[in-house]
Every structure is written in C-alpha cells, then in structure tokens.
Design a protein. Structure first.
Length: 135
C-alpha cells in the first residue's frame, strides 16, 4: 500500500514538473514565427515579393516529445497552424500548415530557444543544431 502511494506521488510530481517546464503557447507561436520569417526572407530574395506582414493563428499541437539536446531538456513539438500573409494588394490565408519544431529551455529556466537541425549529409553524422533565442 505504501509503495502504491509513493509511486502515485512520484507520478504526480513528474506530471507537475513536466507541466511547469513545457513551453507556453506564446513560446510555440513565436518559434513558428521565427521559422516563417526565415522562409519569408528566402522567398523575398528569390521571388522579389514584398511581404507586408504575416500572422500565426490557430496553433494546434498534435504531438510533444521530451528529449535531451546538449544535456538540456528539449521538446520536439509537431502540429498545425493557420498562416495569414498580407501582400501589397491581397491577403492570403493558408490553413492547416504543419510545423515541426524543437524548443529547449535554458539552464536558468527563464528563456527558451528554437533549435533547428542542420541537414545531415550522412545518417551516421551527429546533428548540428542552430539555436535562436525566443524573446
């Protein structure tokens, strides 16, 4: 009986800790925004488009997996969002766009970083991560 109570208490403690360390929806939205901004810059230079502004809306998280990258807790998060792009003469809405991001809480526990894996040349190579501070 005591063992059952201890196991239950440990599970509850783990659940509470995981909830505290999981990034807020605002952090997830900002991470998606960083990825869209990078893509937008590439498109602007290649296609000579003038993006006025874009909005990230209706973020839905379908999967979250805790992992460790560089000895720090990280979440691999997948889901969908709606992208609204304002062009000079029209507004485009793209619903149900998929996202696949890695968010890492920093050692002091106050800030999050978006981790972007570099494309590997060989499957045996360890991933190289690019890191972006989420403000």
């Amino acid at each position: 009986m005591i063992r059952l109570i201890l196991v239950g208490a440990l599970l509850l403690l783990n659940a509470c800790t995981a909830l505290v360390l999981f990034p807020s929806m605002q952090i997830v939205e900002k991470a998606i925004q960083i990825q869209v901004e990078q893509t937008q810059k590439d498109l602007q230079s290649k296609l000579d488009l003038d993006f006025q502004r874009f909005d990230i809306k209706k973020v839905f998280i379908s999967q979250k997996e805790p992992i460790t990258v560089g000895k720090l807790p990280t979440y691999h998060i997948q889901g969908t969002y709606q992208l609204e792009v304002n062009l000079p003469e029209q507004q485009l809405t793209q619903p149900q766009k998929p996202f696949d991001i890695y968010l890492q809480i920093q050692q002091e526990g106050k800030t999050w970083r978006l981790l972007v894996p570099e494309t590997k040349k060989n499957q045996d190579d360890a991933p190289i991560w690019h890191s972006y501070l989420i403000l």
